[in-house]
Design a protein around this ligand. Structure first.
Ligand code: HEC
Length: 124
């Protein structure tokens, strides 16, 4: 597997840069980058994972779960909280069948990945 040890700081630094440049536009959204909300598949996929399905799940998560409220930072909810919320929220998003399963698989992959990757960026 690829060495991931130097990736988190790169990601978070990118998030802060985008956040700073776009701050006037992003204030209402709380200025949290997509890579913090929903980490890239490359950071959360295991060797046996279906990467295409996880990519589909991440794309749908970012698109569909931000329609009524800001898409939650996945790691801020516990697995039990996700079990409670996600089925209803998939229904609210008009997702079922394979697309719903892709989102569920992606959220599970994020929850199972090493936590150090997902520390939120420091406040300015
Ligand atoms: C049609 C609007 C709508 C869509 C689309 C939607 N949500 Fe929600 N979401 C809500 C509402 C409204 C609530 C407040 C709780 C309730 O009334 O069920 C909520 C609450 C939540 C909560 C609980 C928040 C908390 O404070 O604990 C989570 C987590 C959540 N949504 C995740 C998602 C995810 C993930 C998706 C995409 C699969 C999604 N939502 C799509 C309307 C939506």
């Amino acid at each position: 597997m690829a060495d991931r040890s130097n990736q988190p700081s790169t990601l978070l630094a990118t998030g802060r840069r985008v956040c700073g440049a776009l701050a006037p536009l992003l204030l209402a959204a709380g200025c949290v980058s997509n890579n913090v909300i929903a980490p890239p598949v490359a950071l959360v996929a295991t060797e046996s994972a279906n990467v295409d399905r996880l990519e589909q799940g991440r794309t749908l998560y970012l698109q569909r779960c931000s329609r009524c409220h800001a898409a939650p930072i996945i790691r801020t909810l516990t697995p039990d909280e996700w079990d409670y919320w996600l089925p209803d929220m998939l229904t609210d998003s008009a997702l079922k069948g394979p697309p719903a399963e892709a989102v569920t698989a992606y959220v599970a992959a994020v929850l199972q990945a090493p936590a150090v990757v997902f520390a939120p960026p420091p406040r300015d």
